[in-house]
Design a protein around this ligand. Sequence first.
Ligand code: GSH
Length: 209
Amino acid sequence: MAGAITFYTNPMSRGQIARWALEESGAAYDEVILDYASTMKGAEYLAVNPMGKVPAIVHQGHVVTECAAICAYLAEAFPAAGLAPTAEERADYYRWLFFAAGPVEQAVTNKSMNFAPTDQQQRMAGYGNYDLAVDVLEKAVTAHPFIAGSRFTMADVYVGSQVLWGVQFGSLPKREGFVAYAERLEAREAYKRAKTRDNALIAEMQPAS
Ligand SMILES: N[C@@H](CCC(=O)N[C@@H](CS)C(=O)NCC(=O)O)C(=O)O
């Protein structure tokens, strides 16, 4: 079935977050696999995302980039999935979605690039310092079973991806709270479907031995 959404990705990228969100949303989508060195920087794709980065989705003529925005957009555009926040969940949903996309992302990236802000620079850096951002993230993911309360919402796709990725690749410490949250998320059928598809694509890309 032709998808309502065109999904631009590479399986070895943050596109895995967007695929999980797409699977959770129940939306039909067509995938376009881009190569880092060629098609991702070609004129055709730059017309979609001038950043030349993945993922991106196009839905009804509208482009959405930025994984966190893709998650929030899909939750609203496909309400039947029930993953947008209720009024009670809204504050935590947006607070932690933006916290993960801003401070956490910056803290983890800077650490992996061996950059640590000085005490003075920490006042300007939105995340303060790595340990502070990690401690606050841990409190957030252990306050309730899911980031916005007792049930899974689309914010868990984004916050959870940061945690799953961080724990797997060592950019976040393997604290009990992170590991338990990650395990709850890995049990999602949509997560498993998305992983299976990306892993199959990755396997296809490996040169035959
Ligand atoms: N802030 C963006 C980051 C996107 C991003 O950096 N994607 C990487 C892959 S994980 C990329 O496309 N890199 C290719 C390049 O910059 O040439 C998001 O959250 O979607």
